[in-house]
Design a protein around this ligand. Structure first.
Ligand SMILES: Cc1cc2nc3c(=O)[nH]c(=O)nc-3n(C[C@H](O)[C@H](O)[C@H](O)COP(=O)(O)O)c2cc1C
Length: 389
């Protein structure tokens, strides 16, 4: 690895190599304003909301760089035929799963809500479900290409070559997440500029290899393409370790969840701050694919041996979408508590780094503390080594 040659990360024009992934536009803007790169997770929002949020982010940033992250899974049920329609996905939900979900709502006092029973594709997405047709993915891409993100990120697979070429023609850089070396190599062969090595500890969709092993493996496999380390990074010592392992920067998701800017429910923010490192679980309970969630009653319910198994992606997301919307609406109330009712169920992705998060601060504070802590950790390590020599 050469640290003297400018690389794709330099071309992003950021002052701090900290990348902040969030579905919340306020977090994205705050991270970019503080000198990092905020990356807007588009996957859970409707096209209309994405367009509004991106306009808002660009207005806040006044030319400062930001990124957009899209769910582009290479394989999902129905992908051979271009994806499922909403009606096909709904028809594939078994009766025992619907019964289990209805019963769960009763047991946790989650009220009925007509508004949370969408019937169009777009409403399904807005209700916290996922995009599950190629056509829906195309919609977000068009919005992204009509704006000026510096970075386009593929969350779940190698981006199609034509997407990479279009992005490059517009002056955007392209990154993709990888949980295994072979995925990272495939991304680079397709023309990706930056690889994000997403380790086992991470919140959200995650593989099975820990960051201490995955980061240097990916760095070696794709050199000279720069690598960002993702998963389990929340303070300056962890950032320093990632850089020493050869990463060009760090990509974080969980640390922003309890910040003042985050739109997460207060009851969930409190739960995250109180959580220990062992309070997350890699489970199929949210999307049908293994992803790391905070261990709330939602996870426990799906993991019980006497309840149905999660469905394949994306049918699982379609099945749970309206129920998660109901839970979140009910858990937003002033009386919600993490101990019972909707507040006990409210699900969120979160990584093992929650064990290090002990306070609700601001995005700028997280970023500044991480950068200063990283510089201190490297200086202390250097001093330690010099003492021994
Ligand atoms: C609540 C949450 C939602 C996430 N959703 C996505 C997503 O839609 N797309 C994506 O590329 N990564 C997603 N991730 C993963 C993050 O991009 C990031 O790789 C991960 O959070 C890094 O590990 P950390 O949680 O230990 O910081 C999500 C993470 C969290 C915590």
């Amino acid at each position: 690895m050469s640290l003297t040659q400018p690389d794709a990360v330099d071309r992003l024009g950021i002052t701090t190599p900290i990348f902040g992934f969030s579905h919340c536009r306020d977090v994205v803007a705050a991270v970019s304003k503080a000198g990092g790169l905020g990356v807007y997770g588009a996957g859970l929002h409707s096209d209309a909301q994405i367009a509004i949020d991106i306009e808002w982010i660009e207005a806040q940033l006044d030319g400062k760089p930001y990124g957009i992250d899209l769910l582009m899974p290479s394989k999902y049920v129905g992908s051979e035929s271009g994806g499922l329609t909403a009606a096909q996905a709904r028809a594939a939900i078994p009766a025992d799963v619907t019964h289990f979900l209805d019963d769960m709502m009763l047991r946790y006092d989650v009220p009925e809500d007509e508004a949370a029973a969408p019937d169009s594709d777009d409403e399904f997405i807005a209700s916290g479900s996922q995009r599950y047709t190629a056509k829906q993915q195309e919609g977000i891409l068009e919005i992204a290409f009509a704006h000026s993100p510096r970075l386009l990120v593929s969350a779940l697979g190698t981006p199609p070559r034509d997407v990479i070429e279009r992005a490059h023609a517009k002056g955007m850089l392209v990154a993709a997440l990888a949980g295994r070396v072979k995925h990272a190599v495939r991304h680079v062969e397709a023309g990706v500029d930056i690889v994000i090595a997403q380790s086992y500890e991470a919140g959200g969709h995650t593989g099975e290899i820990g960051g201490m092993v995955l980061t240097p493996l990916v760095v070696d496999a794709v050199a000279p393409v720069p690598v960002l380390a993702a998963g389990g990074i929340g303070d300056g010592r962890q950032m320093a370790a990632a850089l020493v392992l050869g990463a060009r920067g760090v990509w974080c998701g969980s640390v922003w969840l309890p910040t003042a800017e985050s739109d997460l429910l207060p009851v969930v923010k409190q739960r995250l701050v109180d959580a220990h490192a062992e309070d997350t679980q890699r489970t199929r309970a949210m999307t049908g694919k293994p992803s790391r969630l905070l261990r709330t009653a939602w996870v426990d319910e799906w993991e019980r041996s006497d309840t149905p198994d999660p469905l394949p992606n994306p049918i699982h997301a379609v099945a749970i979408g309206p129920y998660v919307a109901r839970i979140e609406k009910a858990a937003a109330g002033p009386d919600a508590t993490p101990d019972h009712g909707p507040g006990a169920l409210a699900p969120t992705a979160a990584g093992q780094v929650v064990g290090l998060i002990t306070a609700q601060t601001s995005c700028r504070r997280v970023l500044t503390d991480m950068m200063e802590g990283c510089i201190d950790a490297i200086a202390e390590t250097q001093a330690l080594l010099e003492r021994g020599s």
